[in-house]
Unconditional design. Structure first.
Length: 136
């Protein structure tokens, strides 16, 4: 019970931190962690397993949020390059429209790339009931 409560409090703090990131105007952070809820369920349950559909959903959310966390670094590098290289034209080059397009590109490419990876992964052959101990 103590371990359950510790991870539940950490998870709630994580959600609140991510909510603070989401309300920032340009680059929303990850919506929520996708592995902690299943871990909390496993702490309270004797049967520690995940359904195939749950595994697919968790894999997709995990990959897409991971990808959308990394891509803003490239956009921020481009922003700094323009700010240093073209300081007088910065507001013209980095318009609000371009910033919104870059943010949309991050989200679309992150979720699209993850969809492709999940589809290819789920097409791999499965041999009966597989069990992976202590994966997350």
């Amino acid at each position: 019970m103590l371990l359950f409560m510790v991870f539940l409090v950490l998870y709630i703090l994580n959600l609140l931190g991510n909510l603070a990131i989401i309300v920032q105007p340009l680059f929303p952070g990850p919506l929520l962690s996708c592995t902690i809820p299943q871990m909390l369920v496993n702490f309270r349950s004797a049967h520690k397993s995940i359904s195939w559909a749950g595994c697919v959903a968790q894999l997709y959310v995990f990959l897409s949020l991971g990808c959308t966390e990394c891509l803003p670094l490239a956009v921020m590098a481009d922003d700094r390059y323009v700010a240093i290289g073209q300081p007088l034209r910065y507001t013209i080059i980095m318009s609000r429209r371009l910033c919104l397009q870059m943010a949309a590109t991050i989200w679309l490419s992150g979720f699209g790339n993850s969809m492709l990876q999940v589809i290819l992964t789920m097409r791999l052959p499965r041999c009966g009931r597989n069990r992976v101990d202590h994966f997350f």
